[in-house]
Design a protein around this ligand. Structure first.
Ligand SMILES: Nc1nc2c(c(=O)[nH]1)N[C@H]1C(S)=C(S)[C@@H](COP(=O)(O)OP(=O)(O)OC[C@H]3O[C@@H](n4cnc5c(=O)[nH]c(N)nc54)[C@H](O)[C@@H]3O)O[C@H]1N2
Ligand SMILES: Nc1nc2c(c(=O)[nH]1)N[C@H]1C(S)=C(S)[C@@H](COP(=O)(O)OP(=O)(O)OC[C@H]3O[C@@H](n4cnc5c(=O)[nH]c(N)nc54)[C@H](O)[C@@H]3O)O[C@H]1N2
Ligand code: SF4
Ligand SMILES: [Mo]
Length: 904
């Protein structure tokens, strides 16, 4: 077929960029930014622009697979068998143990139509509120914040407000990595109007700080104290908007008496910043003509997440900085359709159309619309509670869709025990490689990006039509279709003889039924349809039936969707994070995102190119912390929390303050044995029930793992990974990565206290194709040292070092260069393990700074040494000229080479 283009959206973050998918009807060949899409006007970041390189078919779930006993392997079956079986297990479980003995755990990455089908299935058909989503780990504190302070879960701003604002406060958000295309917009705005003030509040000095006039590296979890301290100064200096407060708000008196105690001295001490920094921040907030705040997980993922959200919104209410151009509290949504999830009621406490499950009137409205007698009034479980009840046996059948809880939930030991214990786990997944897939009794293959149709809402309330470019591979089906098919089979059992609740044949029918539930509500989007978006482009809700265009900004009239029409000041005192540093656990572990990876890496982890920037799991520690622990970069440590331990290599990173440590959230058990969330804690916010994924108490313990393994094999990386990962379970430390661009390879580093069983090593060699053929080998069983290299057509294609791995970086370099030499042959056949003389200095390999143009870190540094500035580097090396995701880091390198940065 000819090359065609289909306009759709990016499946990663909540910026919701429009993409043009180039394809031939069968395969996706390329992707570019959609110039007509108002979220990105043609721009894409390093993740969006590499979408077509991800999603290796070898990793996809292609057929339904079922097992009929916990210790059996799953075997392939057809859809009929799969869904009939699931329907009979769910029906029997509900009949025997009641509707609350089953649960659905879904995802902010589903489409609105998928959500709607799941909600109707759980609440109307099964009769349970046990339907929660991974948005509980992500946006639920923002939901509570907006509802408590403003009356409805509605981010009031638009992306253009980033360009219009005079003072932008970015708090608990690393936009440069997590919302890059929006960050580009902010960068451009600031370069056009340098007088615009940018404040970044983050314990770490992230790439986002590159744009900051002021960086407040507050101590983890102290945001509420900071916001109250700012408000204290706003009141003291009379930088508040009395008219606005008087006309449009309630509750300032109580809040004032609370913040009276948050004196600059006390706040500076609690937050670990100077009084001058606090004053500067308050002055800019209080005196700028317009003030916008942007926030993300640094606020939400906290046992004080709801308080942090409301304390920030308090600042906007006190200064009247809401409902105006360039102003307002603007939460950045994480997942591409977390907003759609909130709209359709995809948290256990919600109902479609911004309704509450606890509200009898709301339940009656939805029940009537759906034509069922009533909706369940028993409160549903939130994610952490839900897995607890799976573990305790109360929930006996669990349906998981489009999320990977065995990687992303906190306290993994408990979550894995729950999945292990659950009698029936269904997993609706696009990739069969995830950590959770190992626990599934029934695996249902889902269509993924580029293969499905529906709609999504981005951070600025804008609804886009997601269009299908190609058919899903194998037997995979779109999520809505799987859910509706299952629901039809279940209703035959639970409501025999009654008219179907699920007579849907197209996603547009689901949307059209759903949107009527928003009629007359704050988010009224009853005027939108797939066809309308096709005609006039993506639109921002509210968009009632008689509207001609969407609504860029809310609350311009100062009327809020509360009973009184007034916004509410919320007076929550500061409460510290649950796990404070103490003698036993003296470090706070922060977790967060990398630039080029997405969550559990089921998709991004299939593209070697996306490992170029950060290749492997390492724990970042301040140089003083390394010294204190007598560690050198690259050393392995046993990182321990109260719940689990992970062995990981350390690196020196002065962007992390002493007393803290940072580990990216992406490394699950598949890529780093144990996975980051074995360490994190399940404690959650009392209102939003969002767990505190950002702060866990940890300590470093030395490890003695003298026997080490280094392996590399190019070719079919997914197959190699699948074969080798289980074998490495035997080692205490095991880390996996992909490297190379043209010839991707799997790379393994592992270590243990002693040499493994020789049979295991042989099995590993077998998987590495290092037993027969053009293999050079040297083995010294006495010293448990061995080295093997496969050389084909004059190039290394596989490597295995065992016992000692001193030559690993040198060999990796030779592999990368695609060459071999006499030196290599001599070294291989000699008993020494260290690399030969001249190669001994070979350090860790270079990293790719610019992914689009494949420019390395060392090339950029060399350019800077030669005196090149940013335009010069762009011109000479090409770096930073395409997606721009690497520009903040290049600027940081430039700044560190010239002189200490003037960040106050
Ligand atoms: N590249 C990439 N982009 C993504 C994603 C991805 O996986 N990869 N995921 C998407 C999703 S679902 C989400 S939710 C967003 C998350 O986007 P962000 O929230 O921006 O990303 P994180 O790195 O998780 O956390 C942001 C920052 O919070 C800081 N922080 C930690 N504790 C505190 C604190 O107590 N106070 C303050 N003020 N800051 C603190 C951390 O140091 C970190 O730099 O990213 C979205 N975009
Ligand atoms: N320590 C720590 N843990 C965290 C966080 C943190 O900051 N620190 N952040 C939390 C946050 S904010 C989030 S949002 C979560 C994310 O956590 P998860 O939801 O577990 O993240 P993903 O890996 O994106 O999971 C989505 C899954 O859906 C699959 N998939 C992709 N497309 C489709 C599709 O179209 N249909 C179906 N059915 N499946 C599909 C993917 O293969 C993937 O396995 O992680 C949370 N966990
Ligand atoms: S900013 Fe990047 S990841 Fe987010 S939607 Fe746009 S292209 Fe996708
Ligand atoms: Mo998220």
């Amino acid at each position: 077929m000819d090359r065609q283009t289909t306009a759709s959206t990016c499946c990663y973050c909540g910026v919701g960029c429009g993409v043009l998918i180039e394809h031939d009807g069968e395969r996706i060949l390329g992707v570019s930014g959609d110039p007509a899409h108002p979220a990105n006007f043609g721009k894409l970041c390093s993740k969006g622009s590499t979408l077509h390189l991800t999603g290796d078919l070898a990793a996809r779930a292609l057929h339904p697979e079922l097992r009929l006993g916990k210790h059996l392997a799953r075997s392939r079956c057809d859809w009929d068998t799969a869904l009939e079986h699931a329907a009979s297990v769910f029906a029997d479980t509900v009949a025997e143990h009641g509707p609350d003995s089953v649960a659905f755990y879904i995802s902010g990455q589903l489409l609105t139509e998928d959500y709607y089908a799941f909600n109707k299935l759980a609440r109307a058909l099964v009769g349970t509120n046990n339907i929660d989503s991974n948005s509980r780990l992500c946006m639920s504190s923002a939901v509570v914040g907006y509802k408590r302070s403003l009356g409805a879960d509605a981010p009031p701003c638009s992306y253009e407000d980033l360009e219009l604002s005079d003072c932008v406060m970015i708090v608990g958000s690393n936009m440069a990595y997590a919302h890059p295309v929006l960050f580009r917009r902010l960068e451009n705005a600031k370069s056009r109007r340098p007088q615009m003030k940018v404040i970044v509040i983050d314990p770490r000095r992230t790439d986002t700080c590159d744009l900051a006039d002021l960086h407040l590296a507050i101590l983890p979890g102290t945001d509420v104290a900071l916001f109250h301290g700012i408000l204290h100064l706003l009141v003291w200096e009379d930088w508040i908007d009395r008219d606005f407060i008087q006309a449009h708000t309630d509750g300032l008196a109580e809040l004032k008496s609370l913040v009276r105690d948050y004196t600059p001295a006390m706040v500076s001490q609690l937050c670990g910043i100077s009084v001058e920094q606090l004053q500067q921040c308050a002055e800019w907030v209080g005196t700028s003509p317009s003030f916008l705040s942007l926030w993300c997980m640094g606020l939400n993922q906290s046992t004080a997440g709801s308080a942090k959200n409301s304390a920030l919104i308090n600042l906007h209410l006190a200064t009247g900085q809401i409902g105006r151009r360039g102003a307002g509290p603007f939460s950045l949504t994480g997942q591409p359709n977390a907003m759609g999830g909130r709209e359709t009621g995809s948290l256990s406490n919600l109902l479609p159309g911004h309704r509450d499950a606890a509200n009898a009137e709301h339940r009656a409205q939805v029940a009537e619309y759906w034509g069922v007698e009533r909706l369940p009034d028993v409160p549903g479980l939130s994610a952490v509670e839900l897995f607890e009840q799976v573990r305790s046996g109360k929930i006996k059948a669990l349906w998981i869709a489009c999320t990977n809880p065995a990687q992303s939930m906190p306290d993994q030991n408990a979550v894995r025990a729950a999945l292990e214990a659950c009698p029936f786990v269904v997993l609706q997944e696009a990739f069969r490689t995830t950590e959770t897939a190992a626990f599934a009794d029934l695996l249902l293959p889902a269509a993924s990006w580029g293969e499905k149709e529906g709609s999504v809402t981005n951070s600025e309330r804008r609804i886009s039509h997601v269009r299908k470019a190609i058919s899903a591979p194998g037997d995979a089906r779109p999520d809505w279709a799987i859910t509706v098919d299952f629901a039809q089979r279940l209703e035959k059992r639970l409501r025999p003889g009654q008219p179907s609740l699920f007579a849907f044949e197209q996603p547009a029918q689901l949307f059209d039924e759903y949107k009527q539930l928003t009629r007359g509500r704050d988010l009224d989007l009853s005027g939108i349809s797939h066809a309308l978006i096709d005609r006039i482009g993506p639109q921002q809700w509210p968009f009632p039936a008689d509207a001609r265009q969407g609504t860029p900004r809310l609350y311009e009239d100062g009327i809020f969707p509360t009973d009184s029409g007034r916004a509410q000041f919320v007076a929550d005192p500061y409460r510290a994070a649950k796990e404070q540093r103490d003698a036993r656990f003296p470090l706070t572990l922060l977790t967060g995102r990398l630039r080029d990876q997405w969550h559990g890496m089921s998709r991004t982890g299939t593209a070697a190119q996306l490992f170029g920037h950060v290749g492997e799991a390492v724990l970042s520690l301040h140089p003083d912390e390394l010294r204190r622990h007598r560690l050198r970069p690259g050393d392995l440590v046993n990182l321990k929390s109260r719940r689990g331990a992970v062995i990981v290599a350390v690196e020196s990173d002065d962007s992390v303050r002493p007393g803290q440590a940072f580990l990216p959230m992406h490394w699950g058990d598949r890529f780093l044995k144990g996975g980051v969330n074995s360490l994190t804690l399940p404690a959650f916010d009392p209102l939003s029930k969002q767990p505190e994924l950002k702060h866990s108490g940890v300590r470093l313990e030395p490890v003695e793992l003298p026997w080490q393994l280094f392996a590399l094999i190019e070719g079919d990386v997914q197959r190699h990974f699948e074969a080798l990962r289980p074998l490495c379970e035997a080692f205490s430390y095991a880390s996996f990565s992909l490297i190379g661009r043209e010839r991707p390879a799997l790379l393994i580093r592992a270590a243990s206290s002693g040499a493994p069983d020789p049979l295991l090593l042989r099995e590993i060699d077998q998987c590495l194709a290092l037993i027969e053929g053009p293999v050079l080998a040297y083995d010294d069983p006495r010293r448990a040292i061995g080295k093997r290299v496969r050389i084909e057509h004059g190039r290394i294609t596989a490597i295995r070092l065992a016992g000692e791995t001193l030559a690993q970086h040198w060999l990796q370099g030779l592999w990368l260069d695609g060459r071999t030499d006499e030196q290599l042959r001599r070294w291989l056949l000699a008993p020494m393990s260290a690399p030969p003389g001249s190669a001994a200095a070979h350090g860790a390999p270079d990293k790719t700074l610019c992914n689009c143009k494949n420019v390395s870190h060392s090339a950029v540094c060399a350019g800077i040494e030669q005196g090149l500035d940013l335009p010069g580097l762009k011109d000479k090396l090409g770096c930073g000229t395409q997606c721009g995701s690497c520009v903040p880091e290049i600027k940081r390198l430039l700044a560190s080479r010239s002189q200490p940065v003037a960040v106050t």
